[in-house]
Write a new protein. Structure first.
Length: 229
């Protein structure tokens, strides 16, 4: 486990122990370094993170509140699986809010910002040409959050952020079972083109259509996996 978590541990700069433990565990779950199934001991995590069990417990309670883990008294915790029902509900929220974010960002993003979006899309194409799906997923996440950040609405961003890890985890869990995400590139270019044209309504509609198509694709895989269990 220490080897799996080492890159995340080194990446997190937070010094306050409960917040540090929370960020490390959150990223480890998001990036599939900690998976649903086996019970993980608090003591084991505390040793890996080189801290006492108290901040680890605080982090786990916070993650349980967010629906990411399930605490087992006197034992440890389990990472919660992602159900098709949960993901469908999350996408229904995110589709609407990300569409709104794209519409709001149109009046904020300047030429340099839009060039950056197009560069991210080009980098995604390059990642796919090398069959690097993990890098594609990272860039996909960055594309969406670049738009959200420019919407200029912190409350909207906060609500999306609550669900972002589950969406990212679902993408990674299903990415090798879905068609190569070339259609996502096409849709990203359409969103960027609407924004460049200054058409907020079209940008909003394009983003919602993009999220809906991705939702259906991911849900199909999750439902097939759950039916086969």
């Amino acid at each position: 486990m220490k080897e799996r978590l080492a890159p995340i541990i080194h990446h997190v700069s937070e010094r306050k122990l409960p917040a540090r433990a929370y960020q490390i565990l959150r990223l480890a779950i998001r990036n599939l370094k900690l998976l649903p199934g086996p019970t993980i001991l608090e003591r084991e995590i505390a040793e890996v993170l080189d801290m006492s069990r108290t901040p680890v417990r605080e982090a786990l309670i916070r993650l349980q509140t967010e629906g990411v883990v399930h605490l087992i008294p006197r034992k440890g915790f389990e990472v919660e699986p992602i159900s098709a029902k949960d993901l469908k509900e999350i996408y229904e929220v995110v589709e609407m809010l990300e569409g709104l974010a794209a519409g709001l960002a149109v009046s904020v993003m300047d030429g340099d910002d839009l060039d950056h979006l197009e560069e991210l899309i080009s980098q995604q194409e390059q990642a796919l040409s090398h069959n690097d799906l993990d890098e594609w997923a990272r860039l996909d996440n960055l594309f969406h959050f670049t738009i959200i950040e420019h919407a200029g609405n912190q409350r909207l961003a906060n609500v999306i952020d609550v669900h972002a890890d589950q969406l990212y985890r679902a993408r990674l869990l299903t990415i090798n079972k879905r068609p190569l995400p070339l259609q996502s590139i096409v849709e990203h270019r359409a969103i960027a083109a609407c924004m460049k044209a200054g058409n907020a309504e079209a940008a909003q509609a394009s983003m919602q259509s993009h999220r809906k198509r991705a939702r259906n694709e991911i849900l199909e895989v999750l439902e097939e996996d759950q039916d086969s269990m």
